[in-house]
Ligand binder design. Structure first.
Ligand SMILES: Nc1ncnc2c1ncn2[C@@H]1O[C@H](COP(=O)(O)OP(=O)(O)OP(=O)(O)O)[C@@H](O)[C@H]1O
Ligand SMILES: [Mg+2]
Length: 896
């Protein structure tokens, strides 16, 4: 986590913040030429001209140059440049003018350009694709413009704008608070501080030490989030001029969750580097001792080292992820944090919130009953006052109340009759919200407290009920009756909350949570919250794919059970939040396994359940849309949200669904698995063929009287093979592979390496033997030892050419042999992209010794018929690998 307090922020900005924090609201508004009623659209566009849009100008230019440098400064190109310099000396600078030859140098430079450009294009493509995808997720802010509150894109925010903030919002720019109500703000994304701090518009900071500006009570910073309460502020800095603008954006975009997969990739890179660090010196010493030329041995050892570095690994991992992200976006799924895709494929448990994710994002108020279970306009009127005047968090419930009242009541009259005085916003521990209104009809305006919330919570603070206009005490019997009624409605799949009121609560300013007591219950609000049409099918598909679905909700048992049944979940066991408290970790470990429906959960308990499931060894996905889901989303291995979710949830999510259709979830999972498979394919094949190459090179170096291949030739094989591997993200996985979640494990890798590496070495050595004992002596006219120096040189070039062709083809073919457990080409076949890439690379490599580049690359005269020998060896090689696969699969469940 970044520690922003120690970070040097622009001191100019900080001075502005300090000045504004000391001013009165009026002074700040005057400084910004703003009014508490908001800017006009015209003024806003003038301000935008002056200060720019509320965007962080990403320095595209810089990143392009950085990509370019990165693309050309890697071990592969550096070694090539080194070889080119040596060749420049040995072929051009220090030789008589008749023998000057630049062709080798040029070839090496061309290789540098090809390899550099490929990775540069790849990187630019990746960053463009990522930006385009992120642009699809809508981020809006509630701005007061032209005297009206409007939901506008966050980029439209300008200096001087009046912003309304509610729980769940992200602060869109730096602002001075003008009003606040129980406003709590979290800066955890900036400094890791998980406790939200209260912000108060009327409180001034004591400005002493420079570093505590994050705690100024009357200032809000871009990138922080509103956890509860509501407020209004005036913007004084946008885009790049905000204190944390750049930082906040970078964090939210690139916050990398280190996944098991990432750790695994790092382990593999380390393993390979260690291997190289041991092998390269060994190759150097063996060849130095046996061949006589230490310079040649050194260059050969360096080329070997380059061959062993997995320079394509990062490129293949990212291009796999980009490919997956783009594919998912076609199904309306936006991947915000790309490395989460693999976890999506590995997930074996999906926990989900209920409302808005599993159910439709439209909740309808079905009934507004009084306590006698009769439709009652006054109940609706009270509810409307509560939902309309509260500013803390407009959720689906409030929207439903406002909609229903709009249809049935004269809402302009209600708004005229009642003015809002005060409120206590919703929070997830009280599970209710209150509004105080004054009746403007009467002279002294009677004050009325209206509260709505979860049944238990409302019953706990009520002492009376209203029945037929009469106020009666709330007896145990009546409580029981109310709960029965709610249960009946719940069983019909209706969500129920209670509404109550109280006359003349404490006066303004002294009004607090304590006043939510001695209330009079007025009625029931029952909402229809039906599951998404696609839910049942989607959950069944997920089950078939090996994913267990669990509902984690703050709602009660009856409703959740009803929804659970409708979507086809097993609802036999249901645990309440209170069942989980006081349980030992061991008990919890069992409880989370056996139960699929958890109700009345606090946000902390949602998080706890995820933690325990993870501790049990599961890869857990979490889908949610509320403020109360954000902590759980941060804990889960992969978190999913919907475009209609609150900012905090969208912020915490790795993946965002743009459509209501839950079937895209399954598609996403399958794409995740494919990505995982394609990446694993590259890793496993690369590891085993590297291991095989090491063996072959060590053996060849020990027994051959000359270097088995020239360094430049080795690099060409590496370049051709590496380039053809770039097609792997375009490969498919077999259906059998996609059926189950796969989790990352490095444990199986050594076994795979030890099985398939030596298999390819067997053929390398067979090729050495055929070349050394049969083909070369046949073509040159005698055994190596018996030849003259000139003949020996020809012998060696032919040998090099033979091994060049054979080793290139075995590398290309091993992709086909190991990509799936069946017999390649006959029982299974890669996609056309992979076929073209691998065969294309093989053909190009084979043509080189017969082309005009033959001299420059030091290839010998190889008869065309040699191709048939290579073909024969390849067929044998594929058959042997297939046999070894069968042996391997006797003990192991999966190949890849
Ligand atoms: N706008 C509201 N006004 C009053 N009470 C509310 C409101 N929203 C939620 N509640 C109460 O708080 C409880 C918990 O909130 P909520 O249902 O949003 O939790 P959740 O875990 O997100 O549930 P879900 O899975 O249904 O989304 C609700 O069951 C309801 O009783
Ligand atoms: Mg919810």
């Amino acid at each position: 986590m970044l520690n922003v307090r120690t970070k040097q922020n622009s001191t100019v900005n900080l001075r502005l913040v300090q000045a504004i924090a000391k001013e009165t609201r009026g002074e700040t508004l005057a400084r910004l030429h703003a009014s508490a009623d908001g800017l006009s659209s015209k003024q806003a566009s003038i301000n935008r001209e002056e200060y720019g849009a509320n965007e962080i100008a990403s320095n595209r230019h810089d990143s392009r140059i950085r990509f370019l440098i990165e693309a050309f400064l890697n071990p592969f190109t550096i070694v090539l440049l080194l070889l080119a310099t040596i060749s420049l000396c040995t072929d051009y600078l220090f030789v008589p003018s008749s023998q000057k030859d630049l062709s080798t140098v040029i070839i090496m430079l061309v290789m540098v350009i090809i390899s550099g450009l490929t990775s540069y294009i790849q990187n630019v493509h990746t960053s463009n694709a990522v930006e385009a995808l992120l642009g699809l997720v809508s981020v809006t802010t509630n701005i007061r413009r032209d005297g009206e509150n409007q939901e506008l894109p966050t980029t439209e925010v300008v200096v001087g704008d009046i912003i309304n903030l509610a729980a769940g919002d992200m602060v869109p720019a730096d602002m001075r608070l003008l009003q606040s109500k129980d406003l709590f703000c979290s800066s955890s994304s900036l400094n890791g501080e998980s406790n939200p701090v209260e912000k108060v518009a009327t409180k001034f900071p004591r400005i002493g030490r420079d570093n505590d500006y994050l705690d100024y009570p009357n200032i809000l910073y871009e990138g922080t989030t509103i956890v509860s309460g509501s407020g209004q502020g005036v913007v004084f800095a946008t885009g790049n001029r905000t204190i944390f603008g750049k930082l906040a954006q970078d964090i939210s975009k690139n916050k990398i969750k280190e996944t098991a997969f990432d750790v695994g990739i790092k382990d593999i890179s380390k393993l390979l580097l260690t291997m190289t660090a041991i092998i390269a010196p060994l190759v150097f010493i063996i060849n130095g001792l046996t061949k006589g030329s230490w310079l040649d041995a050194l260059i050969f050892a360096i080329a070997t080292a380059v061959g062993l570095t997995p320079e394509m690994l990062p490129v293949i991992v990212t291009s796999n992820l980009v490919k997956g992200s783009v594919e998912m976006s076609k199904h309306g799924t936006i991947v915000k944090k790309m490395n989460a895709i693999q976890n999506f494929g590995s997930a074996d448990i999906l926990c989900t919130d209920k409302t808005g994710t599993l159910t439709q994002d439209k909740v309808v108020l079905e009934r507004h009953y009084d306590l006698e279970m009769q439709e009652n306009k006054r109940v609706l009127e009270l509810s409307y006052l509560n939902s309309y005047y509260q500013t803390g968090m407009k959720d689906l419930i409030d929207t439903a109340v406002i909609d229903a009242a709009g249809d049935e009541l004269d809402i302009s009259e209600i708004q005229r009759d009642y003015n809002k005085i005060d409120e206590i916003p919703f929070d997830f521990s009280r599970r209710r919200m209150s509004v105080v209104v004054a009746n403007s009809d009467r002279q002294h305006g009677e004050h009325l407290l209206v509260t709505k919330g979860a049944a238990e919570e409302m019953l706990a603070i009520s002492t009376h009920i209203e029945k037929q206009g009469q106020v009666l005490p709330l007896t145990d019997e009546r409580k029981h009756e109310i709960l029965e009624n709610i249960n009946d409605m719940n069983e019909d799949g209706l969500r129920v909350i209670l509404i109550g009121y109280k006359k003349s609560p404490a006066p303004v300013g002294e009004f607090s949570v304590k006043d939510e007591s001695d209330m009079i219950l007025a009625g029931y609000l029952a909402f229809l919250d039906p599951p998404k049409e696609s839910a049942r099918e989607a959950l069944a598909n997920l089950k078939r794919d090996g994913i267990t679905v669990k509902i984690l909700t703050g709602d009660n048992e009856a409703v959740t059970r009803a929804i659970g049944l409708q979507v086809g979940l097993n609802v036999d066991t249901v645990y309440e939040g209170s069942d989980l408290i006081d349980k030992s970790d061991d008990e919890l470990k069992e409880m989370v396994e056996e139960c699929n429906i958890f109700v009345k959960l606090s946000p902390e308990l949602k998080t706890k359940i995820i933690e325990i499931l993870k501790a049990n060894g599961h890869t857990v996905a979490y889908m949610g849309d509320g403020i109360n889901d954000a902590p759980a989303m941060k804990t889960a291995d992969v978190s999913i949200s919907v475009d209609t979710a609150v900012d905090i949830a969208k912020e915490s999510a790795d993946i965002i669904l743009l459509h209501k259709d839950l079937n895209v979830l399954e598609k996403g999972v399958l794409i995740g698995r494919k990505i995982f498979g394609n990446t694993m394919k590259y890793i496993k094949i690369m590891l085993s063929s590297n291991f095989g190459n090491i063996l072959s090179i060590l053996i060849a170096s020990s027994f051959l009287p000359f270097l088995p291949m020239l360094p430049l030739q080795l690099l060409i094989v590496d370049l051709l093979y590496g380039t053809s591997c770039l097609s792997l993200p375009f490969d498919e996985m077999s259906e059998a592979y996609l059926e189950q979640p796969r989790t990352w494990s490095t444990k199986k890798l050594p076994k795979f390496m030890f099985f398939f590496g030596p298999t390819s070495s067997v053929f390398d050595i067979l090729t050495f033997a055929i070349l050394f004992f049969v083909i070369c002596p046949h073509l040159v006219g005698g055994d190596y030892a018996s030849l003259s120096l000139a003949q020996k040189a020809i012998f060696v070039t032919i040998f090099h050419t033979g091994w060049f062709i054979e080793s290139l083809w075995t590398q290309e073919m091993v992709i086909h042999a190991l990509r799936d457990k069946a017999l390649p080409f006959i029982k299974q076949r890669a996609t056309w992209s992979v076929m073209m890439a691998t065969f294309g690379a093989g053909v190009i490599g084979t043509l080189l010794p017969f082309s005009g580049l033959k001299q420059a690359l030091d290839f010998g005269k190889m008869p065309i018929d040699f191709i048939w020998i290579v073909f024969g060896l390849l067929v044998l090689y594929i058959l042997l690998t297939t046999a070894v696969k069968q042996i391997y699969l006797r003990k192991e469940k999966f190949l890849i």
